[in-house]
Design a protein around this ligand. Structure first.
Ligand SMILES: Cc1ncc(COP(=O)(O)O)c(C=O)c1O
Length: 290
């Protein structure tokens, strides 16, 4: 696929009909919501917080569905997630899979941050069920974002329709990228080196951001993000991030991009850079907040 982004379009068009209902997690990667809406699929928000590691659980799904006459057709999960970096707890992971199997909900697992974790490694949904759609990409662990290359693992019954859709929408992902990506499998040492660098960046920020007033941080189990609750600093994350950028030169993303309802009191830091840059950034933030 042309990145995981191309995979989402193919997954949503092949697995759902216009008017179907798909649940996704808030805060979450905004393109899920935007692509689903663009193709006429209803979005059901599952609001999550630190109590469930910003991840869905069967209880949260039950609460969201309570009293609703319409069935739920799909659920999108990402563990680790963007923007929170959190992972689904092992027990909740199995329970969610069982829940989807029992209720005939098509599970779409965005596994783009697999390979970038700081503790336990991420488990693929494929190990537990074979009618899920798995989406992955060369953009994160493999650091080939601009090459626009991803892949999907799909159940047999969707293969033909995905093939037809792909031929009409994309023809194919770029041949040059496909050839280059074969070589990247020989670069594991270098790629694991990047993950080790993210791990150092993460430790530095988790230790020092609280000194700058950012002290309510999500667990950052994977990916390269730290999601901060900044209700103690602002109730307008967009304005706060604009001001922070103008006054310190440090850029972060306001939570409203990921959570339309509650994002005004959250922001996301990305630490996919050099350690020296992280140290300088957190230093500037500390001086700014003093
Ligand atoms: C969770 C998640 N999924 C998908 C994507 C899109 O990636 P790709 O470059 O593979 O289209 C991103 C990009 O930031 C992401 O964070």
């Amino acid at each position: 696929t042309t990145g995981s982004s191309g995979g989402f379009v193919l997954a949503f068009l092949s697995a759902f009909e216009a008017g179907d209902r798909v649940a996704l997690v808030s805060p979450g990667y905004p393109a899920y919501r935007n692509i689903l809406s663009a193709v006429g699929i209803q979005v059901m928000d599952i609001e999550t917080g630190p109590d469930t590691n910003f991840q869905p659980t069967p209880d949260l799904l039950d609460q969201a569905l309570h009293g609703s006459p319409e069935p739920l057709d799909g659920l999108i999960i990402a563990s680790p997630s963007n923007p929170t970096g959190t992972m689904i707890h092992t027990a909740d992971f199995k329970a969610l899979i069982g829940y989807c199997q029992d209720k005939g909900i098509r599970l779409i697992s965005d596994e783009i941050y697999h390979g970038i974790t700081y503790g336990r490694s991420a488990e693929t949904v494929l190990a537990h069920m074979n009618d899920a759609i798995i989406i992955n990409s060369f953009s994160k662990y493999f650091s080939m974002t601009g090459w626009r290359l991803g892949w999907m693992v799909v159940p047999e019954d969707l293969i033909r329709s995905i093939e037809c859709l792909a031929q009409n929408l994309f023809i194919s992902p770029p041949t040059l990228s496909q050839r280059a990506s074969i070589k990247v499998f020989d670069c594991r040492k270098e790629l694991d080196g990047y993950v080790a660098r993210y791990a150092e960046n993460r430790s530095l920020l988790l230790e020092q951001l609280p000194n700058a007033g950012f002290d309510k941080l999500a667990s950052a189990d994977g990916a390269f993000y730290i999601y901060a609750d900044i209700a103690n600093l602002t109730n307008d994350s967009q304005e706060f991030c604009n001001r922070m950028l103008a006054e310190t030169g440090v850029a972060a993303t306001p939570g409203v991009d990921f959570d339309p309802g509650r994002g005004h009191r959250y922001m996301r830091f990305s630490f996919a850079g050099e350690l020296a840059v992280m140290a300088e950034a957190v230093d500037r933030l500390g001086r700014w907040r003093r």
